[in-house]
Design a binder for this molecule. Structure first.
Ligand SMILES: C[C@H](N)C(=O)N[C@@H](Cc1c[nH]cn1)C(=O)O
Ligand SMILES: [Zn+2]
Ligand SMILES: [Zn+2]
Length: 473
């Protein structure tokens, strides 16, 4: 029997001030997992969320993950929040995953407002984590709270797994989940993750694929300290010149990867799969304008989507040790570390990608002929993930989207990665649904990250509708 949610949806609309207040509190906690100086904040964020989950009756535990070595220091890993809400043997069990950590952010990066202060402007809620992933995580809480306020019994038991290291490769989580296979993960029937974005700004989507990732560090040293470029320029081998030259050998001008053997690993595209791209609504001009570009390497809809979702790509992230502040500094840096990553797709294997990439870097380094010291090394990696879109979990998600938005969602893939997705699928043997709530222009990881007020509120309704739909899945 379908429960009428009309009144609950109205109450959710009316509860906006509370929804916003909770997001404000969450955004204010600077849980940047990649920054060791902010590790206490990341841990505080997990404790904060535990308290919130307990207010809806969740039985919570904090799984300790020990420590990690980060920038030469031993730092505590944030615990993983495991929660159990309901234990009815006659009901199926939904496992919800989300992350409480965020990417780094500083006003000086070019934000219009302070990144860790939630600001509402023109129907948008600006703040680091508002979309990725604190907003969606809070939608789960609000959805269940709304059901409880209206005495609506959930048709499923709900388990929560919220971590604080997703943006840094989910360190320790796969091993914890392995250990929890026959305890916390036992009896899970469905998995759902809300940690990605719609393809546009208006039409909802369900996501059935993610790219994986292989990240790399390339270190070049050669002189004992930074040097005056006037006094020493021209008479030494500069590490930064070497590094820039090596990095420039990795891609072509239209961003194709030059590492031999990489594209050969990509699964061939069948005619049937190619056809699924025909009906997807995607406005290339809107996409181009949203990123502020004048030209894109391709403006053909299908080619562009294929490149985002089912082809590898290489992105450069930065150079540690190189001067980047305002003004001029006529210095030759002594040690530089280039950082880049490769997004990988089926059938690429992270270990093989790491091997081919390091082999290629060493080859071009040999061609460079520099006497400096060159150390390329892989960082974290994750496998790609693709599934069937028509199982009962996906159908429940589609019905929920239709109930809230009145349209059938598009089935899409994502260019980004959620490293733990495949682990959940393998350990539970159950379907994992990616139910995105954010808009394509949310600018996750970037300046002025936001969550639309509308997406946030409709997201609460969508997750509630999804939980209720699982009752007939
Ligand atoms: C899709 C998700 N919200 C996300 O942003 N994932 C990150 C995961 C990651 C991998 N390395 C560092 N972070 C991403 O795709 O970059
Ligand atoms: Zn992210
Ligand atoms: Zn995320």
């Amino acid at each position: 029997m379908t429960v009428d949610l009309t009144n609950v949806f109205q109450q959710i609309d009316g509860d906006y001030d509370n929804l916003k207040e909770l997001l404000r509190e969450a955004v204010a906690i600077q849980s940047v997992s990649g920054d060791p100086s902010k590790r206490d904040e990341t841990i505080r964020m997990v404790h904060w969320m535990k308290e919130k989950l307990e207010t809806i009756g969740t039985v919570c535990e904090l799984a300790d993950l020990g420590t990690q070595e980060l920038e030469g220091k031993t730092v505590k890993l944030p615990p993983v929040l495991l929660g159990t809400l309901g234990n009815d043997k006659n009901k199926k069990t939904l496992l919800v995953y989300g992350h409480l950590d965020v990417q780094p952010a500083a006003k000086s990066d070019g934000w219009d407002t302070e990144p860790f202060e939630l600001v509402e402007k023109d129907g948008k809620l600006f703040g680091r984590g508002s979309s990725d992933d604190k907003g969606p995580v809070l939608c789960w809480l609000h959805a269940i709270r709304a059901a409880q306020k209206n005495n609506i019994e959930l048709p499923v038991n709900v388990k929560f797994c919220f971590e604080g290291m997703e943006e840094s490769g989910s360190v320790g989580l796969p091993e914890l989940l392995e250990r929890e296979k026959d305890r916390f993960l036992a009896g899970v029937d469905f998995v759902c993750i809300s940690d990605s974005y719609w393809l546009g700004t208006k039409k909802p989507c369900l996501t059935y694929g993610l790219r994986g990732i292989c990240s790399f560090f390339v270190e070049v040293t050669g002189i004992k300290q930074d040097l005056h470029s006037g006094v020493f320029g021209g008479v030494i081998h500069e590490p930064l010149q070497d590094l820039m030259w090596v990095m420039a050998q990795l891609t072509t001008v239209d961003n194709r990867i030059k590492i031999p053997g990489l594209y050969e690993q990509v699964a061939p595209l069948s005619a049937a799969e190619e056809k699924t791209y025909d009906d997807i609504e995607f406005d290339v001009a809107e996409f181009r304008d949203s990123v502020g570009a004048t030209h894109l390497p391709t403006e053909d809809k299908k080619t562009l989507l294929l490149r985002r979702w089912r082809e590898p790509s290489l992105a450069f992230h930065g150079i540690e040790g190189a001067f980047y502040g305002p003004g001029e500094k006529t210095v030759i840096p002594s040690k530089v570390i280039g950082k880049f990553s490769i997004r990988i797709v089926p059938d690429m294997d992270p270990e093989e990608v790491n091997r081919l990439t390091v082999e290629y870097l060493n080859k071009v380094w040999a061609e460079r002929g520099s006497p400096n010291i060159f150390k390329p090394r892989p960082g974290h990696s994750a496998k790609p993930w693709v599934v069937d879109v028509n199982d009962s979990n996906f159908l429940a998600g589609a019905r929920a989207m239709k109930r809230v938005h009145g349209v059938e969602p598009d089935r899409i893939r994502e260019g980004c990665s959620i490293p733990i997705t495949l682990t959940f699928q393998e350990l539970t043997g159950k379907s994992v649904l990616l139910l995105p709530l954010g808009a394509a222009d949310d600018m996750a990881h970037s300046q002025n990250e936001k969550n639309n007020k509308w997406n946030y509120v409709e997201g609460v309704k969508t997750l509630l509708a999804y939980i209720m739909e699982l009752g007939s899945a």
